[in-house]
Design a protein around this ligand. Structure first.
Ligand SMILES: Nc1nc2c(c(=O)[nH]1)N[C@H]1C(S)=C(S)[C@@H](COP(=O)(O)O)O[C@H]1N2
Ligand SMILES: [Mo]
Length: 377
């Protein structure tokens, strides 16, 4: 007698190839991906604000938290995604390849979803680890693919809802562990949570001061002059001479004309001291004590209104971060500083000497260093 061939799908006997496991890991993945999407969208909007968008300057740690969450949730997603793919991969061998139109849509959406998710996690991780290997290309593509990822996740969840509901509501007694050598479902899930947890702790120190010493992978914290990391040095920015020139002055352009200030004149204005974090889009953040001229003070001194929009230009001509715009919420905030000092010393050249922007709840990329011109709109 001829034996029936074993269906391909059933050759995979590990306990973790089960909807119970897939749905549980999937639930967590949905949470981490949504967190990444929302916080990433916020970061994008802050850097490219449309007319209707308003990002508050308080609490001062707001961006530090949203961007820290972005990176931590992204890191946690890596083991979760791998675990989920591992639990479902035998399905890829299911035959026939396409059973119906909905089934075809489902398979296609899973392909797009996995590709987009992998792309987001690897580009994000490399960006965090390597300090802008793709300066310009990265943020745009990472942002565009995020929409593809979230869209295909929604399709996937909609299609799978009945399976997900069944898998999450059935009691283990109704769905006993299959007899199999190797890791049980529970063991697999525990290993997955543990790996995700360890990954989080390993990177969270980049933004959570208490974890700094246990986070092996908290890149770029504490190294750099005056106790703060430096992403772009004065040498890399090509501003060493211009920043130290005795002729340096700050131009402030208003509708009434241009006022210039020497460094001594800036120092003679009333000074404000504030503890504020630098919160880089890469996820690291670190607090420091800054001292300088508050924007409301500076704007009043040139006859402009606090709350006006200010365009900030750096001495740096080549880079992408040489110009930034301070919106009204920030120029009206007494903690938005044109900083002259850091941690009790004159600003180091690498931190933006003679002066730099430091404002509460703002991405690091917008904390422009080596400022030379302010235009008040
Ligand atoms: N002119 C200029 N300002 C800049 C940058 C830059 O490349 N050029 N990098 C920004 C980025 S990405 C960050 S995170 C902060 C880091 O500030 P720090 O080097 O003082 O820590 O500076 C910001 N200011
Ligand atoms: Mo940054």
């Amino acid at each position: 007698m001829k034996r029936l061939p074993v269906p391909d799908e059933e050759r995979f006997t590990a306990a973790a190839h089960s909807p119970r496991v897939t749905a549980r890991v999937g639930l967590w993945l949905a949470i981490t991906f949504t967190t990444c999407f929302v916080t990433g969208l916020l970061s994008h909007l802050i850097q490219h604000p449309p007319e209707w968008f308003l990002w508050p300057s308080r609490p001062i740690w707001l961006y530090r938290v949203t961007q820290g969450l972005h990176v931590v949730a992204g890191v946690a997603s890596i083991p979760l995604l791998l675990a989920k793919l591992w639990s479902v991969y035998p399905k890829l061998f299911g035959k026939p390849l396409v059973r119906s139109i909905p089934h075809a849509v489902e398979r296609l959406s899973i392909l797009v979803l996995s590709a987009a998710a992998f792309f987001e996690l690897t580009t994000g991780l490399l960006n965090v680890a390597q300090n802008y290997p793709w300066t310009f290309y990265f943020p745009q593509v990472h942002y565009a693919v995020a929409w593809v990822a979230i869209g295909s996740i929604l399709v996937h969840i909609a299609v799978k809802l009945p399976v997900i509901r069944r898998a999450l509501t059935r009691r283990p007694a109704d769905d006993p562990e299959p007899p199999s050598a190797g890791l049980s479902r529970r063991g697999f899930l525990r290993t997955t949570w543990l790996t995700a947890g360890v990954s989080v702790v390993a990177t969270a120190g980049a933004t959570v001061p208490l974890l700094r010493n246990v986070s092996g992978l908290s890149w770029r914290t504490g190294n750099g002059t005056q106790g703060l990391p430096v992403n772009r040095t004065a040498t890399a920015a090509g501003v060493v001479q211009a920043a130290q020139a005795t002729t340096w002055q700050l131009s402030v352009v208003t509708s009434a004309g241009t006022r210039t200030f020497s460094l001594a004149e800036l120092r003679a204005l009333p000074q404000t001291t504030a503890e504020l974090p630098i919160a880089c889009v890469e996820g690291w953040s670190q607090s420091a004590i800054w001292r300088g001229v508050a924007f409301p003070t500076l704007l009043t001194a040139v006859g402009a209104q606090p709350g006006a929009t200010v365009r900030v230009s750096s001495l740096e001509r080549s880079g992408l971060y040489g110009v930034s715009v301070l919106p009204g919420e920030h120029t009206a905030d007494a903690l938005t500083l044109l900083a002259l000092e850091l941690n009790g010393e004159v600003l180091d050249l690498d931190h933006g000497f003679p002066c730099r922007i430091i404002a509460p709840s703002r991405p690091g990329v917008l904390q422009t260093k080596w400022v030379s011109k302010l235009e008040v709109w």
